[in-house]
Ligand binder design. Structure first.
Ligand SMILES: *Cc1c(COP(=O)(O)O)cnc(C)c1O
Length: 386
């Protein structure tokens, strides 16, 4: 392996329990820094990518078709279209539904900007909606309040790995695009997220449930939509000159995705095991902890705790102990749009939520360090007592 290659692997250390040593803190013994996210890679992932490289066919090809087929069948879709990112998947999903200028697309405020960008790509009007306090997902009551004749699509993320309750939302008669970027492997009443609506999008960015480095997918229950999306993804060899994109996935990425997808059950059970460890220990604190809801088992893509003290100060104390925690959403969308009022749950979530490291490649020892640090640095009672 080249020096560069071994440097990269050591730097991200996805195979081991983390070998990056921090030099932070004078006089403190160096401890391995625990990153907020880390991919979980195995030798078979490298073998899968290597096989594609050796085949000489690097661009979209057989591996992409196989990856699409496997994901579609896992979530109960009839077809899937792999893309270069989750954002591209969102864009194509909106185009396939003919969303454009004058149309309104509803989406939560407490979400990353990728969704807002996709709505703007097609020239539609974003209508921001508040979330539920309990599960961070879109508030059906606020959706109902903001529904108009021009509402064309509801963009519904399954936030942090807990499925949104789509039953109420699907009664409204507005097409739903599920955003499963954080929820591959999550279920609602036993049905996989991604198979609950006509269209679902996924992301395989490096920090997601499974990864292809960058990448995404649209899964659909309609062959007509599948064909339309596949057509828009690729500009080559078309009879007419309608605008099309280059949003293709490479076979190198798809081979990695397929190899990762085969291990999804292991990934999810390891996430749930780690979450149970955290929750056992942190249940003695005042922190509000994430948990399963009836009919909705959590995959703990993020383990987000809520606290009644300064989140930023807690985050800094954790960083000092070489445990990297993050605000799960950088900034609510309504703040970007300069909207004031009407988003009480979003604003509260942004103020009190902190995501702590949890991913399948986290070792038992690392998870012990994480939970000890959170116990000692983020529990309001202890902080007040010392
Ligand atoms: C990551 C993410 C996206 C965007 O995916 P990219 O692959 O980064 O473009 C969209 N929606 C949600 C909920 C995400 O977490």
């Amino acid at each position: 392996m080249s020096a560069w290659g071994s440097f990269r692997l050591r730097r991200y250390s996805p195979f081991t329990d983390g070998s990056e040593h921090s030099t932070r803190g004078r006089g403190k013994p160096a401890t391995p820094m625990i990153p907020h996210s880390r991919p979980t890679l195995a030798p078979q992932d490298i073998a899968a990518v290597t096989a594609v490289l050796e085949s000489g066919w690097l661009a979209q090809g057989e591996a992409t078709v196989a990856f699409e087929a496997m994901l579609a069948s896992q979530v109960g879709g009839v077809g899937a279209v792999a893309t270069s990112s989750g954002t591209a998947a969102l864009h194509l999903a909106l185009l396939a539904l003919n969303v454009g200028p004058g149309d309104e697309v509803m989406l939560p405020s407490y979400v990353c900007t990728a969704l807002l960008n996709a709505v703007r790509f097609v020239g539609a009007t974003p209508i921001l909606v508040d979330i539920e306090e309990e599960d961070y997902n879109l508030s059906p009551a606020d959706v109902r309040r903001k529904l108009t004749r021009r509402t064309r699509v509801l963009l519904v993320p399954h936030t942090f790995g807990l499925a949104a309750d789509l039953k109420q939302l699907s009664e409204l008669g507005v097409p739903i695009v599920e955003d499963c970027a954080q929820a591959l492997g999550a279920t609602l009443d036993g049905q996989p997220a991604g198979g609950l609506a006509d269209l679902a999008v996924f992301s395989f960015y490096a920090t997601k449930v499974i990864t292809t480095g960058e990448g995404g997918m649209v899964v659909t229950r309609s062959t007509a939509l599948r064909d339309r999306i596949a057509d828009l993804r690729d500009y080559a060899d078309k009879e007419d000159d309608r605008v099309r994109y280059n949003y293709k996935m490479t076979d190198m990425q798809a081979a990695l995705g397929l190899s990762q997808l085969k291990r999804l059950p292991t990934f999810v059970s390891r996430r749930r095991e780690l979450a149970a460890r955290y929750s056992r220990i942190l249940s003695a604190t005042k922190l509000i902890l994430p948990c399963d809801l009836p009919g909705r088992p959590h995959i703990f893509y993020r383990y987000v705790v809520r606290m009644d003290q300064d989140v930023e100060a807690c985050r800094e104390r954790l960083a000092h102990r070489d445990v990297r925690a993050e605000r799960p959403i950088f900034k609510p969308l309504h703040e970007y749009l300069g909207l004031r009022g009407g988003f009480p749950n979003t604003e509260r979530a942004a103020r009190i939520s902190l995501s702590i490291p949890l991913y399948p490649s986290l070792s038992d020892e690392e998870s012990d360090r994480v939970v000890q640090a959170v116990l000692e640095e983020c529990d309001g009672r202890r902080a007040a007592a010392t």
